[in-house]
Design a protein. Structure first.
Length: 182
Protein backbone atom coordinates (compact mmCIF):
# COMPACT_ATOMS: atom_id res chain seq x y z
CA UNK A 1 0.00 0.00 0.00
CA UNK A 2 1.44 3.29 -1.02
CA UNK A 3 0.84 6.42 1.03
CA UNK A 4 0.29 9.55 -0.89
CA UNK A 5 1.24 12.91 0.50
CA UNK A 6 -1.21 15.67 0.04
CA UNK A 7 0.22 19.09 -0.48
CA UNK A 8 -0.12 21.08 2.73
CA UNK A 9 -1.58 24.52 2.51
CA UNK A 10 -0.61 27.09 5.05
CA UNK A 11 -3.63 28.07 7.02
CA UNK A 12 -3.98 31.86 7.23
CA UNK A 13 -5.38 31.42 10.73
CA UNK A 14 -2.27 29.51 11.82
CA UNK A 15 0.00 32.21 10.39
CA UNK A 16 -1.92 34.94 12.25
CA UNK A 17 -1.88 32.93 15.48
CA UNK A 18 1.88 32.35 15.31
CA UNK A 19 2.42 36.02 14.48
CA UNK A 20 0.48 37.07 17.56
CA UNK A 21 2.67 34.86 19.72
CA UNK A 22 6.02 35.78 18.15
CA UNK A 23 5.60 39.56 17.64
CA UNK A 24 5.60 40.55 21.32
CA UNK A 25 8.72 38.47 21.82
CA UNK A 26 10.73 40.25 19.15
CA UNK A 27 9.25 43.74 19.03
CA UNK A 28 10.80 46.60 20.99
CA UNK A 29 13.95 44.64 21.78
CA UNK A 30 14.74 44.72 25.49
CA UNK A 31 14.13 48.40 26.12
CA UNK A 32 11.13 48.37 28.40
CA UNK A 33 11.53 51.72 30.14
CA UNK A 34 8.31 53.64 30.33
CA UNK A 35 6.27 50.53 29.52
CA UNK A 36 4.40 50.30 32.82
CA UNK A 37 0.87 51.68 32.89
CA UNK A 38 -0.44 53.69 35.81
CA UNK A 39 -3.88 52.43 36.80
CA UNK A 40 -5.75 54.96 38.92
CA UNK A 41 -8.61 53.75 41.10
CA UNK A 42 -11.99 55.50 40.86
CA UNK A 43 -12.12 55.54 44.64
CA UNK A 44 -9.07 55.37 46.96
CA UNK A 45 -8.71 51.97 48.65
CA UNK A 46 -7.79 51.12 52.20
CA UNK A 47 -4.80 48.83 52.36
CA UNK A 48 -4.14 46.17 54.98
CA UNK A 49 -1.66 47.20 57.66
CA UNK A 50 0.66 44.22 57.37
CA UNK A 51 4.14 44.75 58.80
CA UNK A 52 7.35 44.72 56.81
CA UNK A 53 10.89 45.30 58.08
CA UNK A 54 13.58 47.89 57.61
CA UNK A 55 17.04 46.46 56.98
CA UNK A 56 17.82 46.68 60.69
CA UNK A 57 14.91 44.34 61.44
CA UNK A 58 12.51 46.97 62.82
CA UNK A 59 8.83 46.38 62.05
CA UNK A 60 7.06 49.05 59.98
CA UNK A 61 3.56 49.46 58.50
CA UNK A 62 2.39 51.83 55.77
CA UNK A 63 0.35 53.75 58.33
CA UNK A 64 3.64 54.88 59.91
CA UNK A 65 4.07 57.19 56.90
CA UNK A 66 0.60 58.80 56.90
CA UNK A 67 0.85 62.44 55.90
CA UNK A 68 3.23 61.72 53.01
CA UNK A 69 2.53 60.53 49.49
CA UNK A 70 3.99 57.01 49.32
CA UNK A 71 5.51 55.28 46.33
CA UNK A 72 5.76 51.66 47.51
CA UNK A 73 7.82 49.62 45.09
CA UNK A 74 7.83 45.81 45.30
CA UNK A 75 11.06 44.40 43.89
CA UNK A 76 13.60 41.58 44.31
CA UNK A 77 17.32 41.08 43.75
CA UNK A 78 16.61 38.30 41.22
CA UNK A 79 14.22 40.50 39.16
CA UNK A 80 16.09 42.00 36.19
CA UNK A 81 13.43 44.66 35.40
CA UNK A 82 13.42 45.66 39.09
CA UNK A 83 17.18 46.17 39.01
CA UNK A 84 16.91 48.18 35.79
CA UNK A 85 14.20 50.37 37.34
CA UNK A 86 15.89 51.05 40.71
CA UNK A 87 18.27 53.83 39.53
CA UNK A 88 15.24 55.82 38.36
CA UNK A 89 13.65 55.44 41.80
CA UNK A 90 16.92 56.69 43.27
CA UNK A 91 16.80 59.71 40.94
CA UNK A 92 13.17 60.35 41.90
CA UNK A 93 14.12 60.27 45.58
CA UNK A 94 16.72 62.99 45.01
CA UNK A 95 14.27 65.10 42.98
CA UNK A 96 11.46 64.97 45.57
CA UNK A 97 13.62 65.36 48.67
CA UNK A 98 11.77 67.61 51.13
CA UNK A 99 8.52 67.51 49.12
CA UNK A 100 6.44 65.17 51.32
CA UNK A 101 6.91 62.17 49.01
CA UNK A 102 8.51 58.98 50.29
CA UNK A 103 9.81 56.15 48.12
CA UNK A 104 9.51 52.80 49.93
CA UNK A 105 11.22 49.94 48.06
CA UNK A 106 10.21 46.61 49.66
CA UNK A 107 12.30 43.59 48.68
CA UNK A 108 10.53 40.26 48.28
CA UNK A 109 13.74 38.28 48.73
CA UNK A 110 13.67 35.42 51.20
CA UNK A 111 17.44 35.46 51.67
CA UNK A 112 17.37 37.81 54.64
CA UNK A 113 18.28 41.38 55.43
CA UNK A 114 22.06 40.90 55.19
CA UNK A 115 21.91 39.52 51.64
CA UNK A 116 19.59 42.31 50.49
CA UNK A 117 21.77 44.95 52.18
CA UNK A 118 24.86 43.51 50.45
CA UNK A 119 23.10 43.61 47.07
CA UNK A 120 22.07 47.24 47.63
CA UNK A 121 25.62 48.23 48.60
CA UNK A 122 27.08 46.37 45.61
CA UNK A 123 24.82 48.43 43.32
CA UNK A 124 25.61 51.72 45.11
CA UNK A 125 21.94 52.48 45.80
CA UNK A 126 22.57 54.98 48.57
CA UNK A 127 19.66 57.42 48.28
CA UNK A 128 16.77 55.17 49.34
CA UNK A 129 15.74 53.55 52.61
CA UNK A 130 15.10 49.90 51.78
CA UNK A 131 12.69 47.46 53.40
CA UNK A 132 12.03 43.73 53.18
CA UNK A 133 8.97 41.48 53.36
CA UNK A 134 10.11 37.86 53.42
CA UNK A 135 6.83 36.04 54.01
CA UNK A 136 4.83 37.35 51.00
CA UNK A 137 1.86 38.25 53.23
CA UNK A 138 1.91 41.90 52.11
CA UNK A 139 2.20 40.96 48.43
CA UNK A 140 -0.70 38.53 48.74
CA UNK A 141 -2.89 40.97 50.67
CA UNK A 142 -2.30 43.69 48.07
CA UNK A 143 -2.81 41.29 45.15
CA UNK A 144 0.60 42.03 43.64
CA UNK A 145 0.75 39.89 40.50
CA UNK A 146 4.34 40.42 39.42
CA UNK A 147 7.50 42.41 39.96
CA UNK A 148 8.16 45.23 39.78
CA UNK A 149 4.84 46.60 40.96
CA UNK A 150 4.44 49.97 42.59
CA UNK A 151 1.44 51.20 44.54
CA UNK A 152 0.84 54.86 45.22
CA UNK A 153 -0.77 55.97 48.46
CA UNK A 154 -2.19 59.41 49.08
CA UNK A 155 -1.35 61.36 52.22
CA UNK A 156 -4.32 59.67 53.93
CA UNK A 157 -2.69 56.25 53.48
CA UNK A 158 -5.18 54.99 50.89
CA UNK A 159 -4.10 53.41 47.61
CA UNK A 160 -4.97 55.72 44.73
CA UNK A 161 -3.32 53.68 42.00
CA UNK A 162 -0.67 51.21 40.98
CA UNK A 163 1.80 50.60 38.24
CA UNK A 164 2.63 47.07 37.14
CA UNK A 165 5.91 46.72 35.31
CA UNK A 166 9.00 48.80 34.86
CA UNK A 167 8.90 52.53 34.37
CA UNK A 168 11.17 55.55 34.31
CA UNK A 169 10.46 57.11 37.70
CA UNK A 170 12.74 60.04 36.91
CA UNK A 171 10.41 61.28 34.16
CA UNK A 172 8.92 64.75 34.55
CA UNK A 173 5.37 63.42 34.03
CA UNK A 174 5.66 61.10 37.02
CA UNK A 175 7.22 63.78 39.23
CA UNK A 176 4.45 66.24 38.33
CA UNK A 177 1.79 63.62 39.03
CA UNK A 178 3.26 62.72 42.43
CA UNK A 179 3.51 66.38 43.42
CA UNK A 180 -0.25 66.76 42.78
CA UNK A 181 -1.25 63.74 44.91
CA UNK A 182 -2.95 64.65 48.19
Amino acid sequence: MRLTHWPRKKSPLLVVFLGLIIMPLVSNGTDTKGMGELILHKKPRLIPQIPFLDLDGNSVIAEDFIGSTLVINFWATWCAPCIEEMPTLEALQLDVEGKNIKIIPISQDRTGNAAVRSFIEKNFWNNLSFFISQDNSLVKALNIRGLPTTIILGTDGKEIGRLEGITDWASNDIKEFLLRVK
